[in-house]
Design a protein around this ligand. Sequence first.
Ligand code: C2E
Ligand code: MG
Ligand code: MG
Length: 329
Amino acid sequence: ETTDEISRIFDALCEPITYKAHRVDVSVSMGVTVFTPGTGELTEILREADIALYKAKSDGRGRWAYYDAILGAAHASRLLLEAEVKQAIVERQFLLHYQPRIDLATGRIVSAEALVRWHHPKRGMVSPGEFIPLCEETGMIIDLGRWVLEEGCRRAIEWDKAGLDMAISLNLSPRQFEDPSLMEDLAGFSALPGFPHGKIELEITEGVLIGSDDEIEHKLEELEDMGFRVAIDDFGTGYSNLAYISRFPVHCLKMDMSFVSQLPESGPIVRRILSLASQLKTLVVAEGVETPEQNRWLQEHGCDQVQGFYHQRPVPLDEFLAIVTERAR
Ligand code: C2E
Ligand code: MG
Ligand code: MG
């Protein structure tokens, strides 16, 4: 009954308006909560309605959502996480783990992907899946991402100075890529003494390139000029229109792990990705290699490099260096 009532109000609000002979379409998102006179504060009710409105919007807009205790709790824990991440950025509770990338022709570790971890004072090590999406949404990714880039660049400089022939890959989120301060930051890092040209790769996702314009093309060219390489992360999960990719200066395709995990059934599509990479003369890396069978299949079909638990999980810096040293012997 209440639901019918709400729908009636909602539908009425959605009606187009006529203004000076123009039809104006309106789109409505609505948050609903119940107020029992004599209980609670009005401000509390508005807060609840606002939380429900937020839910309606994040569910795709043009709809209404109802406030309940579960929604309230989810909102509270989100706020807590947001405050904690903010503090964590200031207190530098983040660190990078490194996952080796192996060249299939030589069996050597040629590169490392830096993956951010949050050393939470109470919860211990928290994985990026738990906070990167929130950081993306709130814009906190800009500060966190800048730290990752600086840390990664400094590491690459250090390795190069020490005579270690090791590339490094850093993840860039879409929001970070769009941020005007990114190019300035990267220009600064590339001007650091001892910056190793061509040794630092930036991973972006396909979404960044889709429907894009000259501005993005220009940005990628600028990155190349600064001495960064560009990789497409999770390649194959976005769009199957492959034409767009030849437009851009891309150095590496990182095939998404969903293709690798379905080998050999996914063989035809993996073959197509490999042949595309060879036509474009880009390096191709398979992610998420977990079994010797997957590794062999990829080796036999001309994949350049692999990364995955079969070879090594992401590990802290000192452990990564120990593995590299051990292997060199
Ligand atoms: P990604 O860039 O695609 O990184 C690969 C993810 O796959 C990592 O998860 C890695 O631990 C995991 N992985 C590697 N090998 C295997 C395997 O054999 N099997 C399986 N099942 N998983 C494997 P992680 O570290 O949890 O990172 C998740 C995502 O978080 C990353 O996906 C990346 O999108 C994002 N991320 C991590 N660090 C950063 C960062 O510094 N900045 C930004 N913007 N995003 C980051
Ligand atoms: Mg990545
Ligand atoms: Mg990936």
